[in-house]
Design a protein around this ligand. Structure first.
Ligand SMILES: [Zn+2]
Length: 118
């Protein structure tokens, strides 16, 4: 899908991936704070009830798992960006559309297979 000679395209995808990596790492750091075990001490929780705090914690944990998974995809894409298999769907082997790669450079599946997977 990506012409290996198309340095401009590869560079712009790499910049996207590096930006994503930074964003995800920042988000993961802040989510880790929120995903910490809820303090039993009511003082520490302040006015937030323990139930709310637990709910926030489990939401943060779910977000954290999602961000970590996406970061893995970003690293995977960075490693494969210049290889022949980058830009091809891992399920059906069809090229992933350029528009999709520009929006989600870490994509490993085409839109159809992604929708089937969800
Ligand atoms: Zn596919």
């Amino acid at each position: 899908m990506i012409d290996p000679g198309d340095k401009v395209m590869l560079d712009s995808l790499l910049v996207r991936l590096e930006t994503l990596e930074l964003e995800l790492r920042t988000e993961i750091d802040s989510l880790k704070e929120h995903a910490k075990p809820v303090a039993l001490d009511q003082q520490a929780v302040g006015r937030v009830s323990r139930g709310d705090a637990l709910q926030q914690q489990s939401m943060a944990q779910a977000n954290l798992a999602r961000c970590e998974q996406r970061l893995e995809q970003v690293y995977h894409a960075m490693r494969h960006l210049e290889s022949d298999d980058y830009g091809y769907c891992e399920v059906c082997d069809e090229p992933i559309s350029l528009a999709r790669l520009q929006a989600y450079p870490e994509s490993r599946l085409c839109i159809k297979c992604q929708q089937n997977a969800e």
